[in-house]
Design a protein around this ligand. Structure first.
Ligand code: NZQ
Ligand code: ZN
Length: 386
């Protein structure tokens, strides 16, 4: 096991009818900006619950943060923060609203000229404006981590940021919010969380027995509850297990003491930036090709995953490892997720070269758990996924 340090300061308030607890967490003298997305919260009652909870708290609203939070929209929210002397942010939404709020938390205290540099400067944010979240969509884990991904439509870029100053102070997780989520987003959530675990697990054996079991436990739970969640999102037992699995998949715990990969996400973000493909679907496109391309360095963990998650008992280590990749792709396909880029765009020729060139320009010369994947390897992986 590798050495590690672990600190996660986010308070989780989990369970039925917990949105009412909002006021206990926000300082009474705060001036709050409530941030939300395209309006789903106004149809499913979450907005009303938040408004009721905030009735004695001074607050202003900013709605309209789109999926894949857009920089130009966030700059408008930043103007509101400054004009209204906001002291506290409250995100009510999925990963996009929460990530947008994290950017604003950093941007509100940023003293440089151009806030886009928060994304390109490579410096972690150590202090941001305090914020909390009301999660409406289990998927990203953003409600309990300190990372964010922001999109710039103009330049077709999607870049990550983060730092110890960007953990939510609290996150309210009421699994009942799942009831109104469309199937497409439920499937995305399952796929994103499952792939988060894979990124922190599908590397090489590191002698971290407990972390492997944590990771396998999350994947097994997701597989177990996925059919029930998709059949009936109001099934509270399934919803609560789904929600907590998504949070645990990316709150930092399972990656401590082990090597991590994250190449699938790095490449996937480019597909969202270029074609607007849903985040989770980009992962399902890239992951199978990535594991095939890196088969030799990943085969031990692939075989362990085959045995423990997919109950593959026959064949050599290599046979099991191959079967694991096939089973993973079939799992995505069975939920209705296409795993080839050509199913999403007719314009795919040249994508591999574009991504490789972008990685070279950014100096991303060594991705993956061995930092050995060069831009030309990413190019080959993307081409395999056409
Ligand atoms: O905008 P509204 O109207 O609210 O609708 C949203 C949106 O259209 C809808 N939705 C959310 N909760 C709902 C609901 N509809 C009905 N009922 C509800 N309860 O779902 C749509 C998608 O929402 P979004 O927030 O975009 O989805 P998700 O949570 O999957 O977030 C994706 C974003 O998070 C980033 C992705 O790159 C992407 O930009 N990620 C963030 C990570 C992090 N911070 O740790 C890690 C991830 O790997 C990921 O990169
Ligand atoms: Zn993800």
């Amino acid at each position: 096991m590798k050495n590690f340090e672990f600190k996660n300061p986010t308070k989780i308030i989990f369970g039925k009818d917990t949105i009412a607890k909002l006021t206990e967490e926000i300082p009474s003298d705060a001036k709050v900006l409530v941030l939300y997305g395209g309006g789903s919260i106004k149809k499913n009652g979450i907005y009303d619950q938040v408004k009721t909870a905030l009735k004695d708290v001074e607050h202003v609203e900013f709605g309209g943060i789109p999926a894949n939070p857009e920089y130009s929209v966030l700059l408008k929210a930043l103007e509101v923060i400054k004009a209204e002397n906001i002291t506290y942010l409250l995100a009510v939404g999925g990963g996009s609203v929460i990530d947008g709020t994290k950017f604003l938390s950093a941007a509100a205290l940023y003293d440089g000229e151009n806030p886009w540099e928060i994304l390109t400067g490579g410096k972690p944010t150590l202090k941001g404006m305090p914020f909390g979240t009301v999660l409406t969509l289990p998927a990203t884990g953003s409600e309990m981590n300190s990372g964010a991904v922001i999109t710039n439509k103009e330049t077709k870029e999607k870049l990550a940021m983060g730092g110890a100053g960007l953990f939510p102070e609290f996150s309210i997780l009421d699994p009942q919010v799942i009831t109104s989520i469309p199937r497409r987003q439920l499937v995305n959530g399952i796929t994103d969380a499952f792939t988060h675990v894979l990124e922190q697990y599908m590397t090489y054996p590191a002698g971290a027995l407990l972390q492997d079991r944590f990771a396998e436990g999350i994947m097994q739970t997701l597989l177990e509850v996925a059919p029930s969640v998709l059949k009936d999102p109001s099934d509270y037992d399934a919803a609560s297990n789904f929600m907590w699995s998504c949070t645990m998949a990316l709150n930092g715990l399972i990656q401590k003491g082990v090597p991590t990969d994250w190449a699938v996400h790095a490449i996937g973000h480019e597909l969202t930036a270029l074609y607007g493909i849903d985040h989770a679907r980009t992962l399902a496109i890239i992951a199978p090709s990535h594991y095939q391309y890196n088969f030799e360095t990943k085969k031990e963990k692939l075989a362990q995953y085959a045995e423990r998650i997919w109950n593959v008992t026959e064949g050599t280590l290599e046979d099991k490892a191959y079967e694991a990749i096939e089973k993973t792709e079939t799992f995505f396909n069975q939920m209705g997720i296409e795993t080839k880029l050509s199913k999403y765009t007719e314009d795919y020729e040249g994508t591999a070269e574009t991504i490789s060139q972008r990685f070279t320009e950014r100096g991303w010369l060594g991705l993956g758990e061995h930092q050995s994947l060069k831009p030309e390897d990413a190019e080959n992986i993307v081409r395999m996924a056409y």
